[in-house]
Design a protein around this ligand. Sequence first.
Ligand SMILES: Cc1cc2nc3c(=O)[nH]c(=O)nc-3n(C[C@H](O)[C@H](O)[C@H](O)COP(=O)(O)O)c2cc1C
Length: 183
Amino acid sequence: MDAIDNILNRVSARLLKEPYPSNEEMNKVYKAALRAPDHAWLRPSSFIQVTGDGIKELSKIFEEYAKTIPNIKDEIITKYKNAPFRAPMIIILVSTFKDHPKVPGIEQKLSTAASAQNILLSLSALGYSAIWRTGKLAFNPYIASKLNLTDNQEILGYIYVGTAEGTNKKIPELDINDYISYL
Ligand SMILES: Cc1cc2nc3c(=O)[nH]c(=O)nc-3n(C[C@H](O)[C@H](O)[C@H](O)COP(=O)(O)O)c2cc1C
């Protein structure tokens, strides 16, 4: 597929089912992720791939987290518990902060965000669909510790991956003149 067409036609999908990418396909996806721009080559980005029983484990962690929220309603606990089952594969985006005189933390997170976009685009090029989600389950130290992350590591989001159910949503038509200025 033409690279620009792939960028222009990628859409996020909320309803995702099997099939999800093979190991061979994911090798390509992760290689693409690790080609994100990265100031001083600090390699801030890493990924936790969740499938099968891992989805059940993640569901348990989300449920445990929900129960730590004071006065939380049962329906919200159920919502968090069910969240991982929205796709057959989840890629957890992890950004690891490394102290560097020229590269502040925000640049390291931006690099992981760029790697996330490389993942979304690679999945789209391979014929799969995905959506990047955050909410209360991202940037969450409780969940990070349950996933054995260290204090300098943060979850920047969850990419839900699979094959889209139904038809793709319409791509919004934007007038670039509303977004571009020239100097
Ligand atoms: C950092 C980030 C966090 C997001 N978090 C959520 C989320 O928690 N829930 C959600 O429905 N969409 C979330 N989105 C938006 C979707 O990933 C998606 O971009 C949006 O639905 C627009 O669809 P499109 O990618 O097809 O344009 C997030 C996007 C970004 C960049």
